[in-house]
Design a protein around this ligand. Structure first.
Ligand SMILES: [Zn+2]
Length: 249
């Protein structure tokens, strides 16, 4: 593990001073590699916070381009980068925030074969995608490779958040929660979403990821949380493992 430089001690001083993180935790973050799937509403705060916090390497996958209708909530992109790929736009923004962080970009929808190639390299996957087929493919790969998955979703004024840590024997997976289903039109394009909602859920995903990487606190593994932006209420459910789950059972 590389020793922190004086510049790094200064840059990360406000989180190193937390007993939960300390120097060892910061070194773990700098040594970590995280896959972020999706560079949209959720992926934006996730990538910004993980880069700012000093996660050493980020792989960001998204096959889309920046459009004007994204800018209302996808705060990693800017007016001047409309038309660029989202991954190139995200990489440019992250370089402005923290040159310590290596960013690898993949302008593609990740196939199961590609996920199999990537997962052995990473310590966590953050699902910021917006469709069920990608979510199920990511979950399958995370269970196969025993890589923790930080899952988030946000639409209209509602969000949900969960961690599936298949390194733990009792952990459920995303498939324990949801039957495989076709992508209905439950997208932000069809249903709408209020700007800060994705910020709240994405920031919480970033926090769960930092806890997994630095190894402190209780992650949401085995629990799922729902946030209602209209009332400001969080609800939590315990999420048991389904012994008949076709993916992890
Ligand atoms: Zn399962």
């Amino acid at each position: 593990m590389a020793e922190l430089t004086d510049q790094q001690l200064l840059r990360y001083s406000r989180q190193i001073m937390l007993g939960e993180v300390d120097i060892a935790g910061q070194e773990s973050l700098l040594d970590a590699n995280v896959l972020i799937v999706g560079a949209g509403g959720l992926g934006a705060p996730v990538a910004l916070y993980l880069a700012a916090a000093g996660v050493g390497e980020l792989i960001i996958a998204d096959d889309d381009h920046v459009e004007v209708s994204n800018l209302q909530r996808q705060i990693i992109h800017t007016q001047s980068r409309i038309g660029q790929t989202k991954v190139a736009s995200a990489k440019a923004q992250l370089a402005e925030i923290n040159p310590d962080v290596q960013v690898q970009t993949l302008c593609e929808r990740l196939s199961p074969a590609r996920l199999d190639e990537l997962l052995p390299q990473v310590q966590a996957v953050v699902d910021c995608s917006d469709n069920f087929s990608t979510r199920f493919a990511i979950n399958n790969a995370c269970v196969r490779h025993k890589v923790p998955l930080v899952s988030g979703a946000a639409i209209r004024l509602e969000g949900q958040l969960a961690v599936f840590d298949s390194r733990r024997a009792d952990s459920p997976c995303y498939r324990c929660l949801y039957e495989e289903q076709a992508d209905e039109n439950l997208s932000c394009a069809a249903s709408g979403v209020l700007a800060p909602l994705v910020g709240i859920i994405g920031s919480a995903q970033a926090l769960e990821t930092l806890k997994l990487l630095a190894g402190f606190g209780d992650t949401l593994s085995g629990r799922i949380q729902f946030y209602d932006g209209k009332t400001g209420q969080w609800r939590e459910m315990r999420l048991p493992r389904d012994p008949h789950c076709p993916v992890c059972g």
